[in-house]
Write a protein that binds this ligand. Structure first.
Ligand code: IPE
Ligand code: IPE
Ligand code: MG
Ligand code: MG
Ligand code: MG
Length: 300
């Protein structure tokens, strides 16, 4: 295990490991006798989740859990739950009623490959699956920790987190503080949860949970600022999605007020502040610290 050997886990390793985990957990459509409708639902779930995505959220869960030498089987279970929840948010985000995007992760978005109703129901099923994974005993033998993981994800995903942020995004406001709050909710909350979840799994004390939570909050906001920069100046081939959509759709982002340089500078400052939160963990936090460089430099 990385934390034991002293070598920090890499994003590439997490990508491979969580892919195997997700593949194992998502039922296959080719089951004899399965109703055609359920074959389609299973195929849609696998289409939404497998074979794409940077798996940055998984990386954060595993890196935070590695601080506490949590068995990889447990951190990968939580990472898989987060990836299911995140994939659901992307499937619904791309629907005609929200962002109306037809490309995601370099392939047709789910409602284009299947249909709108399947995309809605596949998203719903992925959300339920996320909580099913967290609540299952193998994820952690201690019921209190499982309950804390479930509660944390419910808060991060719900009306005060991702869903609330998505709603605000559909009703753009011009004040910088409101745009910031929207971004913290729609994207920041889940990223924040990932860091916290690793600490919960590891039985961290309140102070460590607070620091990792604050690290995740700063990182999460910077992550969305980078997403908005990619939308403005990125390469669609690399990003795997249609770009230039925010302005065209009348979306407000921090770029509208700060400009490209200002937004990049803000992300840089957020990431410096995020790094400072890790000081208390010393060298053990190397993988989490790498997360800040990834966010600053990512182009997809
Ligand atoms: C895209 O998230 C949507 C946001 C919340 C910014 P990612 O850029 O992490 O998407 P994947 O998982 O790598 O495809
Ligand atoms: C989406 O934000 C955030 C989610 C919660 C899914 P965006 O709408 O900017 O994400 P992309 O650019 O489509 O990936
Ligand atoms: Mg959106
Ligand atoms: Mg979108
Ligand atoms: Mg975007």
């Amino acid at each position: 295990m990385a934390a034991m050997s002293g070598l920090a886990i890499t994003l590439c390793e997490v990508c491979e490991q969580v892919e195997v985990e997700l593949d194992r957990r998502l039922p296959r459509p080719e089951q004899p006798g399965l109703d055609e409708a359920l074959v389609q639902l299973r195929a849609a779930l696998r289409y939404a989740v497998l074979g794409g995505g940077k798996r940055f959220r998984s990386y954060l869960v595993v890196a935070a859990a590695d601080l506490y030498e949590v068995p990889r089987s447990r951190s990968l279970a939580v990472a898989a739950a987060v990836e299911c929840l995140h994939a659901y948010s992307l499937v619904h985000d791309d629907l005609p009623a929200i962002d109306d995007d037809d490309v995601r992760r370099g392939k047709p978005s789910l409602h284009r490959a299947f249909d709108d109703a399947t995309a809605i129901l596949a998203g719903d099923a992925l959300q339920s699956l996320a909580f099913e994974i967290l609540a299952a005993k193998p994820t952690h033998p201690d019921a209190e920790r499982r309950a804390a993981l479930v509660l944390g994800l419910a808060e991060a995903a719900g009306m005060c987190g991702m869903v609330g942020g998505q709603m605000m995004d559909l009703h753009p406001r011009t004040e910088v503080s409101t745009i910031r709050a929207m971004q913290q909710a729609k994207t920041g909350a889940l990223i924040r949860y990932c860091c916290r979840a690793g600490a919960i799994l590891g039985g961290a004390d309140d102070e460590a949970i607070r620091l990792l939570d604050e690290y995740g909050a700063l990182l999460g906001l910077a992550y969305q600022i980078r997403d908005d920069l990619i939308d403005r100046i990125g390469d669609p081939g690399l990003a795997g999605k249609r770009l230039g959509k925010d302005h065209a759709a009348g979306k407000r982002t921090l770029l509208d007020d700060l400009g490209e340089d200002g937004a990049e500078e803000m992300a840089r400052r957020l990431l410096i502040d995020a790094s400072a939160k890790l000081q208390a963990f010393g060298d053990r936090a190397g993988a989490l610290l790498e997360g800040t460089s990834f966010v600053l430099e990512r182009d997809r």
